[in-house]
Design a protein around this ligand. Structure first.
Ligand code: PEP
Length: 260
């Protein structure tokens, strides 16, 4: 089964809604000029909550070939959870994806595997596709190697998830995020293969075969092709470089500029 490559831009806590509109317009024009074909690769942006409505309106009005995602979701349905944003609210905004378990949330907000799992369930219940982030710290890497922690995080988050659930897994070594030092493509492949085996054990072979596994951590236009050549890397979750429309569009064009 062919998995459509997926390039996802995580803006983190950057850009107000006016800046977001400007970036998305520039990104869409750059991709159009470069002959972007959505059949070959899916591109999504993940703006902060305050930008979602503006970006969604723009994408819908101008029919930009971009999917929309949020950076987090509440595990709760509704009610007395000040500051939280529910999966139902995101679904109503035509968000298709939601990042869950990003290492910055695991660190800044002490999100553990149980909370990450609850968020995955909340997202799936409302038809959102979780982009489930897993990854090891530098200390984990030294102690346990690259795969053990991400595989453990994945299995924990998938408890009780049904075999037909659609999700995306992002392998993001914590030490590679924002550091300018990405993992090697070989390490991304090794962990990607281990994550796919874990998907087969938990959700079955079909789910393992169809689920896209992304690499994230200091991805740039100059290194994306090496990752996408790997059989168990189906795309990238891009942080810093997604804030530069020309650079992000170049990442999305990985097939053209290097010939995978
Ligand atoms: C991220 O935040 O998910 C990420 C991969 O960041 P960066 O690309 O900046 O390393």
């Amino acid at each position: 089964m062919a998995r459509r490559p997926f390039i996802a831009g995580n803006w983190k806590m950057n850009l107000d809604h006016l800046q977001a509109i400007a970036l998305v317009q520039k990104l869409a024009w750059t991709m159009k000029d470069a002959g972007y074909d959505p059949k070959g690769v899916e591109v999504a942006v993940f703006p902060p909550f305050t930008d979602l409505r503006s970006v969604q309106t723009l994408i819908a009005a101008d029919r930009f070939p971009l999917a929309l995602g949020a950076q987090d979701v509440s595990p709760h349905e509704a009610g007395a959870h000040t500051g939280d944003v529910s999966a139902a609210m995101l679904a109503k905004l035509d968000a298709r994806y939601v990042i869950i378990g990003h290492s910055e949330r695991r660190a800044d907000h002490r999100e553990d595997d149980a909370l990450v799992g609850a968020k995955v369930h909340a997202a799936l219940q409302h038809g959102l596709v979780p982009v489930l982030c897993v990854g090891e710290t530098a200390e984990d890497l030294e102690r346990h190697g690259a795969s053990a922690v991400p595989v453990g995080q994945l299995k924990a988050a998938l408890e009780g998830v049904s075999a037909d659930a659609e999700l995306v897994v992002a392998y993001e070594p914590v030490w590679a995020i924002g550091s300018g030092t990405p993992a090697t493509a070989e390490t991304a492949q090794e962990v990607g293969a281990a994550l796919r085996r874990a998907l087969a054990e938990t959700l079955g072979e079909d789910a393992a075969e169809r689920t896209r596994i992304l690499y994230g951590g200091s991805v740039k236009s100059g290194n994306i092709a090496g990752f996408l050549r790997m059989p168990d890397v189906d795309g990238a979750l891009v942080g810093g470089a997604s804030l530069d429309p020309a650079e992000f569009a170049a990442i999305a064009r990985f097939e053209k500029h290097v010939g995978v």
